[in-house]
Design a protein around this ligand. Structure first.
Ligand SMILES: [Zn+2]
Length: 102
């Protein structure tokens, strides 16, 4: 039983297992998008274009919420990977807290 991140870092770069057990990728949120939409919505609302302004504001809020959720999901996946163990005989990986059940 090995620590997954440690095992992964010890693998040669060209190893097949290296890509198989690679850490989950970070989610790069494009915060400029919802922020820009929010600013544009404020400009529209300020100049009396209420319906379009509100529609854009709802979009900005929805997009921002979705990005926030993607970000925390990616962070959680990475955290699980960080505390995972690997059994080289099976070979299976699992979060450390599940190790007692195996
Ligand atoms: Zn095993």
């Amino acid at each position: 039983m090995l620590d997954l991140p440690e095992y992964w870092r010890s693998l040669p770069r060209e190893s097949e297992a290296r890509s198989k057990h690679a850490p989950p990728e970070a989610y790069m949120a494009q915060w400029l998008l919802p922020v820009g939409a929010g600013v544009l919505a404020a400009v529209l609302l300020g100049s009396g274009v209420v319906a379009a302004g509100i529609a854009l504001l709802v979009c900005a809020a929805g997009l921002g919420t979705w990005m926030l959720r993607q970000t925390s999901a990616a962070e959680e996946a990475k955290a699980v990977w960080e505390r995972s163990l690997i059994c080289l005989r099976c070979p299976v990986t699992f979060p450390r807290e599940d190790a007692v059940a195996v």
